[in-house]
Design a protein around this ligand. Structure first.
Ligand code: ATP
Length: 372
């Protein structure tokens, strides 16, 4: 086991594409770090740089204390499980698990010890003599992990390991991977484009976009304190609503201009008296769907939205609405969680207020304004 450190990593492919930009990231010894980001953001590139399959254009990769830039993939002793974890179809589970050990010419007794250890841990003891086609999808996935683990790697890399499993199995195997990691304490870097997977699995989650690390934090912090509009709009299902706002100072105090309407600034995460520097600027507000409440017609904190579609989910209804009052702003779309079953005709007006604790503000560059 070992820690992993990326220092100022750049990756420019021969065609000039800049896939990783000034990336600094550390994974603690024995930590499970999840790397998440949309397709093409550079996740696989980073894994390949760590595994030694791709050389960084600049920067240092360390495993343990050692800089490994010059080390071959074999010398790095990293195991990788890919999404298409091809097992050898004509070898039994035991044969598949033994394969990497035979390649290393391990003594028989040691080989047996490791296979028993891995089979026990992954609950494969009963199926050791079966062929891959006689296994369920989840079992096949576990064999692929086992084959990587018998080598006793220093670092374990998983690249979208669940994408070939159906939704139910994915949930099960995801839980198993988390448990396995805790049992073994192996340093693990787990890559996915699925934010739900990242949020349920990671102790810490690193969010990557267009080759730039956006934020690295425990899941609850990513959810409650996104560092910028990218993270805010990526994490959560549905994600945080983002819409343009302005702070307006008047005799009545600080106001929040939203959808062409001005409401008193809702104190909570921010205090109106600490926001003077931001008055008049073009800001972006963020609010999760559960941070809106419906208020009566006359409520001074309310603003009107126009109902688009309703999605009834059983215990709640998602209201898709347009911020109203100014026809030109109708394209600003928000999703609001309402309790229970709700019926509203399309085009109806609903008066909503924002809960101050759930209001996030981002500057002109999309960077979160610190709570006050
Ligand atoms: P996905 O989730 O779709 O696998 P990813 O986040 O893993 O995506 P990468 O495979 O790391 O993304 O690719 C990052 C970017 O680098 C993409 O835009 C990709 O087109 C580009 N890229 C990858 N490999 C090469 C290459 N050999 N030459 C040029 N560009 C490349």
């Amino acid at each position: 086991m070992a820690s992993v450190v990326f220092e100022r990593i750049e990756k420019i492919y021969p065609n000039g594409f800049h896939a990783l930009k000034g990336l600094d990231l550390s994974i603690g010894d024995g930590e499970l770090l999840v790397l998440v980001g949309p397709s093409g953001c550079g996740k696989s590139t980073l894994l390949r740089v760590l595994a030694g399959l791709e050389a960084p254009s600049a920067g240092v990769v360390r495993i343990g204390e050692e800089a490994v830039n010059e080390r071959s993939p074999q010398e790095r002793n990293i195991a990788m499980v890919f999404q298409d974890y091809a097992l050898y179809p004509y070898l039994t589970v035991r044969g598949n698990l033994e394969f990497p050990l035979r390649m290393r010419k391990l003594p028989k007794a040691e080989m047996r010890r490791r296979i028993e250890w891995v089979a026990g841990m992954l609950d494969l003891g009963e199926v050791l003599e079966r062929l891959p086609r006689q296994l369920s999808g989840g079992q096949r996935q576990r064999v692929a992990m086992g084959r990587a683990l018998v080598r006793e790697p220093r670092v374990f890399l998983l690249d979208e390991p669940l994408s070939n499993l159906d939704a139910r199995l994915r949930v099960q195997v995801r839980a198993e991977i988390g448990e396995l990691q805790r049992k073994m304490g192996t340093t693990m870097l787990y890559v996915t484009h699925d934010q739900t997977e990242a949020m349920t699995l990671g102790e810490r989650v690193a969010v990557l976009d267009r080759g730039v690390l956006q934020q690295i934090a425990p899941p609850d912090e990513l959810y409650s304190d996104p560092a910028n509009t990218f993270v805010a709009g990526f994490i959560g299902n549905p994600p945080m609503n983002l819409f343009p706002v302005r702070l307006v100072q008047s005799e009545a105090g600080l106001g929040l201009w939203v959808g062409g309407q001005t409401v008193p600034f809702p104190d909570g995460r921010y205090r109106a008296d600490r926001l003077a520097a931001w008055v008049g600027r073009e800001l972006t507000a963020g609010a999760r769907p559960e941070r809106f409440v419906e208020v009566p017609d006359g409520d001074p904190h309310g603003f009107w939205v126009t109902v688009g579609a309703l999605e009834f989910l059983g215990h709640e209804t998602l209201l898709h609405a347009h911020l109203d009052a100014d026809a030109a702003l109708r394209s600003e779309h928000v999703v609001v969680r309402l309790p229970g079953r709700q019926e509203r005709p399309r085009g109806a007006h609903v008066r909503l207020a924002l809960l101050g604790e759930g209001l996030h503000l981002f500057d002109e560059n999309g960077k979160a304004i610190e709570a006050s």
